[in-house]
Design a binder for this molecule. Structure first.
Ligand code: SF4
Ligand code: SF4
Length: 427
């Protein structure tokens, strides 16, 4: 069998300054989920940086072995938060993945066809939406219980993994939001709401709650009809040309006069904030400057919140904590809900194993990380887990269900919306 090796390309090459900023101190190693599980240097941030730099300097080729170590990386950027030298691991990883992609280098046994198939569905709201009537029928007819009960999908590992992640679907029409909603509070400006792909179809109530909270905070909310996918999955898998096409389409969909572009999915928000970096265009930079996570927008809003007496633990979605450096705002917002008791869990900023479509491509590592996350949740003794990313909600929900841990996993805006509903009696 011939071994494929290839040299680096000048197009979307990783930053040499970024690669050389690593001083090999190893401080990031305990914060790396794959290193914690495997204990292998080449599956740590330092090891991966060593390989990426050697490839960028032409000392080694872009080999299938290098591809395997990068495939196993979650792209969670926990190492970036830990690094005292400011190594921009996420963008170095994405640039190196794009080099592998351009040269057609695959890891041995890699499920590249599976990745391509997933990228044909998840980032296309119309295609994903076309599946929904069938998925609702599957759930509502009782077929789902039967299929799960007799393990019908056991021989089909990908299909079984996808089916296990499926949340309870809302009825048709729940995803429809008005194009423009006036503010119900003291006017503060005009907000454009990103509805996402998975979020709009699998968690439409989160978008409706986000809209309601923004209006209550004083924003006129615009939901552009023509918005498509933000391109995050393509960015993280190194398909940068496709990512840029999606980014340009999305930016065109938003009116130029919005004061803020609001994301409620950590992965999407992080990608939007990086348009300026990857597109090298002033318009993209200006767009990125307007992007905020919903927790940042609501942080200083005067919301009338009633009591929600429940114990909650908060999981930091990686692309919120590490990608956007947003940690305090969601906790502060939850802390403002009367009666809500926030219980910190150990390793709350360690990846749950979701990581886009990683849990479908690397089920072994994702399953182990999910199991560890569920144990940390169990230790808190709470009945509710709040996390600001749809993929994490599905991954944690599925893992806890599988382990018999009875917790409700939801977006923080769902708790805020419940508090808004309870304002009459609990404030
Ligand atoms: S991105 Fe996450 S999995 Fe990858 S090296 Fe950094 S900490 Fe480890
Ligand atoms: S990435 Fe940062 S923390 Fe990790 S070894 Fe390099 S310099 Fe140290």
């Amino acid at each position: 069998m011939s071994v494929v090796t290839a040299g680096p390309s000048a197009v979307d090459a990783p930053s040499m300054d970024g690669l050389r900023a690593c001083v090999h101190c190893g401080i990031c190693l305990p914060q790396c989920p794959t290193y914690r599980v495997l204990g292998q240097e080449m599956d740590s941030p330092r090891g991966r940086l060593y390989l990426m730099r050697a490839a960028a300097e032409g000392r080694i080729g872009l080999t299938p072995t290098l591809a395997r170590h990068l495939d196993l990386c979650l792209g969670c950027r926990g190492c970036e938060s830990a690094c005292p030298s400011g190594v921009p691991f996420g963008s170095l990883l994405e640039a190196t993945r794009s080099q592998l992609e351009r040269q057609g280098v695959r890891a041995p046994g890699s499920d590249h066809g599976g990745l391509s198939m997933l990228l044909q569905w998840f980032p296309y709201p119309d295609r994903l939406g076309a599946l929904l009537p069938w998925l609702r029928l599957y759930q509502w007819s009782g077929l789902q219980g039967l299929v799960r009960g007799i393990g019908l999908l056991a021989p089909f590992s990908r299909l079984r993994a996808m089916e296990a992640l499926l949340p309870r679907l809302a009825s048709a029409g729940a995803a429809a939001l008005p194009e423009v909603t006036p503010p119900s509070g003291e006017p503060r400006g005009r907000a454009g709401l990103l509805v996402g792909c998975v979020q709009r179809h699998f968690f439409p109530e989160v978008n409706a709650q986000t809209l309601r909270l923004l209006a209550a905070a004083g924003y006129e909310v615009v939901v552009p009809r023509e918005q498509g996918c933000c391109g995050a999955l393509h960015l993280h898998s190194g398909r940068l040309d496709d990512f840029r096409g999606m980014a340009r389409q999305l930016m065109r969909a938003f009116p130029a006069d919005v004061d803020v572009v609001v994301a409620n999915a950590a992965g999407c928000g992080s990608a939007l904030k990086e348009y300026g970096h990857w597109l090298h265009e002033p318009e993209a930079e200006a767009f990125s400057q307007k992007v905020r996570d919903i927790s940042e927008v609501l942080a200083d809003a005067d919301l009338p919140l009633g009591a929600v007496p429940v114990a909650v633990t908060y999981q930091d979605a990686c692309h919120l904590a590490h990608g956007q450096k947003v940690r305090a705002e969601p906790r502060a917002l939850l802390g403002r809900i009367p009666g809500l008791r926030l219980v910190e869990m150990a390793d709350s900023d360690l990846c749950c194993g979701s990581a886009g479509v990683y849990n479908l491509l690397e089920p072994g590592m994702a399953g182990e990380l999910g199991r560890r996350k569920a144990e940390r949740i169990r230790e808190t003794g709470v009945s509710v887990v709040a996390v600001g990313n749809p993929g994490c909600i599905m991954q944690i929900g599925q893992t806890c269900r599988g382990l018999g841990l009875e917790v409700e996993v939801l977006h923080p805006v769902t708790l805020l919306a419940r508090a808004l509903d309870n304002q009459g009696g609990g404030r």
